[in-house]
Design a binder for this molecule. Structure first.
Ligand SMILES: [Mg+2]
Ligand SMILES: [Zn+2]
Length: 176
């Protein structure tokens, strides 16, 4: 039986990292890579629709670089879509990627530790916070989860906490 209906992931420092020295986030293709083991863990999970008893995934990413003009919002979304394909081995479901394009001091409701991105993901699948796990690498991620009232686990721990991920795909049997 599934433990969570939805697992939300931060992006930078959780699933991917910049390959450009001194630049914390990618601004264009070729400037990022998955963190070690991310694909190995996530691509083996049986992701799907919570309404069908599966566990869905979502992304909630602060992308202040958009607000500062380092990249467009279209590019930020494309890079996150590419990350999802690489990490999960599937297309991102519509609405599964949420990003905050605002500057750090914009006072918006979406930038973590604000909870608007997480709320949008819950609303997309009609879920309550008790059904959700958030995986992140920053204090602002942990704070967002606390404000929302969902469970939280550090990115450095989630790969070793297999009890969070009890939705492993069944081994594929060879035909005959
Ligand atoms: Mg992060
Ligand atoms: Zn925002």
């Amino acid at each position: 039986m599934r433990k969570y209906a939805l697992i939300i992931f931060d992006a930078d420092g959780t699933l991917r990292r910049s390959t450009i020295p001194g630049q914390p986030c990618p601004n264009r293709p070729g400037e990022w890579e998955l963190l070690p083991n991310v694909r190995e863990v996530l691509s083996t999970m049986a992701w799907g629709d919570p309404a069908a008893g599966k566990t869905a995934f979502g992304i909630a990413s602060n992308q202040a670089g958009v607000g500062y003009g380092f990249l467009s919002e279209v590019m930020a979304l494309r890079l996150l879509e590419d990350m999802v394909r690489a990490a999960f081995g599937c297309e991102p479901p519509p609405g599964a990627i949420q990003l905050c394009p605002h500057k750090v001091d914009a006072g918006c409701l979406c930038r973590k530790p604000g909870t608007l991105m997480l709320e949008r993901l819950l609303a997309r699948w009609h879920l309550t916070p008790q059904e959700v796990l958030f995986v992140g690498d920053m204090k602002s991620d942990q704070e967002a989860a606390a404000r929302l009232g969902c469970d939280f686990v550090w990115a450095t721990e989630f790969q070793s906490r297999k009890e969070f991920f009890d939705n492993k795909r069944s081994p594929v049997r060879s035909p005959g």
